[in-house]
Write a protein that binds this ligand. Structure first.
Ligand SMILES: Nc1ncnc2c1ncn2[C@@H]1O[C@H](COP(=O)(O)OP(=O)(O)OP(=O)(O)O)[C@@H](O)[C@H]1O
Length: 462
């Protein structure tokens, strides 16, 4: 069953209807669903679909020729091939003069690697020939830095030749839930968090009857499909996997500041910055600052693991490797179960923030910034953290304060009192309060919430 991607499909279809030259650049993390989206888009359209491989130029030319020749004559079986990419592009041009066709090159970075002149050749054909044809070209790739710099970037021969670009993002919770109809909402949330919303990982979980079964089968068995996944992805995307591995492991263990990561990994701060920047580009980690600060100037930045699958893996798998090697999966599972609630706290915070964006009311609460905040309360000199702080950047009249708890007991009124106390660090004349809870709220909390106008939201409503 194909899930979501309505916006992307609408956008692709609108461009398709132009009947003119179009070039869509589609990119995003591995396993995010790029090919699936393209297949859904082209399923009722005349298409030449080519997936490049990490082979040499010759092999890519032969296989791409086959794709073109099969499109022209589906019964052609022979070994015929174009003698050059130039001839092949001429042929595509001829076909596209006559009729609307989609030409997909999936894994484009592999082709550009095997034949570095391809982008320039393609640019020449676009300018001279394809621009006046009915060609709908799709270039797709998962190497984010390659697609962003070498295809979309200013220095690329293809710069300015695209008519649309789509960066494919992970699923939100509601989309993920559609892939997990066999489990209840709480279990679906846990699996969503662990998958990072990545469709392929969700598909691995889609037959599991419980969170335990999904985790054991995929992460805690030597032949589990996610047991080696982070290592494989890092090896594919980055040179020097050992250093990257140590950095992610250090962040997973709670070392979040630059100097803490440097100490934990013994990597010099100067090299560390470049490693961290590469991991941020791949969206494996995030550099975050309190929502009130300018990210370019703030000295309070911390690093967090952004990708849910990596966060889960580095938190729970390395410390259990011996047990996994010995096949002691039940023992390996023990300890994860009791820590899972705590692990899901960060994801519940994100879900609560998404809830506020989804229920954004421009008349009542026109906030433009929303995020976490941390800092020192000058009244008590204590460190304070706010799960949610939202405000408008061009208006100082109000702010929204929120606290999120993924706990098995109802939230007590003390949590709301603390939130109100902490909100007084800030001088907004009007303050709105939100509490988000996995299981609900005590009667006393309900009473106080009514008095101060605090919205109480339980997970089942989200
Ligand atoms: N929209 C979707 N609805 C349902 N399942 C999906 C969707 N997108 C992806 N999937 C699942 O995720 C798997 C991986 O998707 P896909 O191959 O399209 O990813 P990709 O981004 O092209 O990956 P890679 O870069 O690793 O080649 C699919 O085989 C399918 O099981």
């Amino acid at each position: 069953m194909f899930v979501g991607r309505e916006h992307e499909l609408n956008s692709l279809n609108q461009h398709y209807e132009s009947n003119n030259y179009e070039c869509a650049i589609i990119y995003g993390r591995r396993r995010i669903g790029k090919t699936e989206l393209i297949s859904e888009f082209v399923k009722d359209k005349p298409t030449i679909f080519y997936t490049a491989t990490q082979e040499n130029e010759e092999a890519n030319l032969t296989r791409m020729s086959k794709a073109v020749l099969c499109f022209e004559n589906p019964n052609s079986l022979g070994n015929a091939s174009f003698s050059s990419f130039n001839d092949l592009l001429e042929e595509i041009g001829k076909i596209a003069q006559e009729k609307r066709i989609v030409w997909v090159i999936d894994e484009y970075p592999y082709l550009a690697e095997s034949y570095p002149g391809f982008s320039s050749l393609l640019q020449k054909f676009i300018d001279r020939n394809f621009l006046h044809s009915k060609l709908f070209l799709i270039l797709c790739g998962s190497s984010m830095s390659f697609m962003e710099k070498q295809v979309l970037g200013y220095q690329s021969p293809l710069y300015g030749r695209r008519t649309m670009q789509l960066k494919i993002e992970s699923f939100n919770f509601h989309e993920a839930q559609k892939m997990l109809p066999q489990v209840d909402k709480q279990a679906a949330f846990a699996l969503y968090a662990i998958s990072g919303g990545i469709p392929q990982y969700l598909s691995y979980f889609s037959r599991a009857k419980s969170v335990k079964e999904a985790i054991i089968d995929n992460f805690l068995m030597k032949d589990g499909r996610l047991f080696e996944e982070p290592n494989n992805l890092i090896k594919q995307e980055l040179r020097d996997p050992a250093n990257y591995n140590s950095i992610i492991a250090a962040i997973a263990q709670g070392h979040s500041r630059l100097n803490e990561i440097a100490t934990a990994t013994q990597i010099k701060a100067t090299s560390l910055r470049s490693f961290l920047s590469n991991l941020s580009e791949l969206e494996i980690i995030d550099r975050v600052v309190p929502v009130t600060e300018d990210p370019n100037k703030s000295k309070k930045s911390v690093y967090r693991i952004r990708d849910g699958m990596y966060r889960f893996w580095y938190r729970f798998v390395p410390s259990r490797l011996t047990l996994i090697e010995r096949g002691m999966v039940d023992v390996a599972w023990q300890g994860i179960e009791s820590k899972l609630s705590n692990f899901l706290g960060a994801d519940f915070k994100k879900l609560s923030q998404d809830y506020l964006w989804e229920h954004y009311n421009p008349e009542k609460t026109p906030f433009t910034k929303l995020g976490n905040w941390w800092g020192t309360d000058s009244r008590t000199r204590k460190q304070v953290e706010l799960d949610v702080l939202a405000f408008s950047t061009d208006d100082t009249s109000f702010a929204i304060f929120g606290e999120c708890k993924w706990l098995n007991e109802p939230i007590s009124k003390q949590i709301l009192e603390k939130l109100i106390f902490n909100s007084n660090i800030f001088n907004y004349p009007k303050k709105y309060y939100y509490l988000f809870s996995k299981t609900g709220f005590t009667d006393e909390c309900h009473k106080l919430a009514q008095e101060v106008g605090c919205q109480l939201i339980t997970f089942k409503e989200m």
